[in-house]
Ligand binder design. Structure first.
Ligand code: DQA
Length: 149
């Protein structure tokens, strides 16, 4: 088991800080990635941050980290609600997967209430803003400490 957490952001999350700030806030993707690296470092871990608007690139990243990493934090954006292919990739993971949404998807449109990602997730966070990523990383560190204890 290595010390790296994959933080994977899906479509349109490159526009964080500009896109619907009333929903997603003012922090940019670079801000979120810095926060993730800091949160991981606080637990002696490192965060590999990736973002893509392309489903297959997200799947390839999951494949890369599915065995031997310290876990995966995924905000699959709209693919959360549509992608069986991402679910299949996550089901092939031997490491814990934390699903993270900046907004509280359950307070929003009905089509956001169903998540394929949740079917494979160890835990789900929604509505914590970008702080949710740090909480997810903290939980992965906790799971790892339990495992190595
Ligand atoms: C999101 C919620 C999704 O429904 C949406 O498509 C996103 C972002 C969130 O972080 O709140 O792109 O995953």
């Amino acid at each position: 088991m290595n010390d790296t957490i994959l933080v994977l952001n899906g479509p349109n999350l490159n526009l964080l800080g500009q896109r619907q700030p009333e929903i997603y806030g003012r922090a940019t993707l670079a801000d979120v990635e810095a926060l993730c690296r800091e949160a991981a470092a606080a637990h002696g871990l490192s965060a590999e941050c990736r973002q893509s608007n392309a489903e297959h690139v997200l799947i390839d990243a999951i494949h890369e980290f599915r065995i031997g990493s310290a876990g995966i934090v995924i905000n699959a954006g709209a693919y959360t609600h549509t992608s069986v292919a991402i679910l299949d990739a996550l089901n092939a993971c031997e490491v814990p997967v934390i699903e993270c949404h900046i907004s509280n998807v359950h307070r929003r449109e009905a089509f956001r209430h169903h998540s394929y990602v949740s079917l494979a997730a160890t835990a789900v966070l929604a509505g914590f803003g970008t702080h949710g990523y740090a909480l997810a990383i903290r939980h992965l560190a906790h799971l790892r400490a339990d495992k190595t204890a």
